[in-house]
Design a protein around this ligand. Structure first.
Ligand code: ZN
Length: 187
């Protein structure tokens, strides 16, 4: 069965088409090797921003599909109350995503949950976390790791946040994540 694209997805496809056309126009102007660098930079920056939008749309569709099923409280099975639609930020390996979902609260045991939890209950997604830990343990300082994450991952992560993730990864290895990093004496 063919999946019909939503308006958001159609917009992404049209952005990608525009990017391809603009790259081909730039390519027609290239006469010297040094002119290739700006073209490559355009593709990296705009390409990543399209992938970031795509990931956001895909994860939003998962939240939209699953959120009604989260109404029943997992603790006492009561019907939880709809507390409005709220947005939440998630840092992914493609940049910062903003997802919206219903905020549920149980009237009996007060167990609350944001529907965005169905795709990630932490502000940093797992793959991004692994990459930030890698930047942290392979740089000589967390300041430098902050520069690496900004330039390579496109996310402005606080050096304290990277330090916290590295220390946590050192004490709590997770299955499927990168090998337990050997923490060096970094400041
Ligand atoms: Zn409950």
């Amino acid at each position: 069965m063919e999946t019909e694209l939503s308006d958001g997805m159609q917009l992404i496809v049209s952005k990608f088409t525009q990017l391809v056309k603009s790259l081909m126009q730039q390519a027609e102007q290239i006469d010297l090797p040094e002119q290739v660098r700006p073209l490559e930079q355009t593709l990296r920056d705009q390409g990543r921003s399209i992938l970031q939008l795509l990931l956001q749309q895909v994860l939003q569709s998962v939240v939209d599909r699953r959120q009604e099923s989260l109404r029943a409280c997992p603790h006492c099975s009561s019907n939880r109350r709809h507390q409005g639609v709220r947005s939440r930020q998630l840092d992914s390996s493609l940049g910062r995503l903003v997802l919206t979902g219903i905020y549920w609260k149980c009237p009996c045991c007060f167990w609350h949950q944001h529907s965005v939890d169905s795709v990630g209950d932490e502000p940093v997604r797992l793959l991004m976390k692994d990459l930030m830990v890698l930047a942290g343990v392979s740089s000589t300082s967390f300041d430098k790791a902050q520069i690496v994450t900004r330039h390579l991952l496109g996310v402005d992560a606080d050096d304290e946040a990277i330090r916290h993730l590295c220390l946590k990864a050192g004490s709590e290895p997770e299955p499927g994540s990168l090998p337990r990093p050997c923490l060096r004496a970094v400041s």
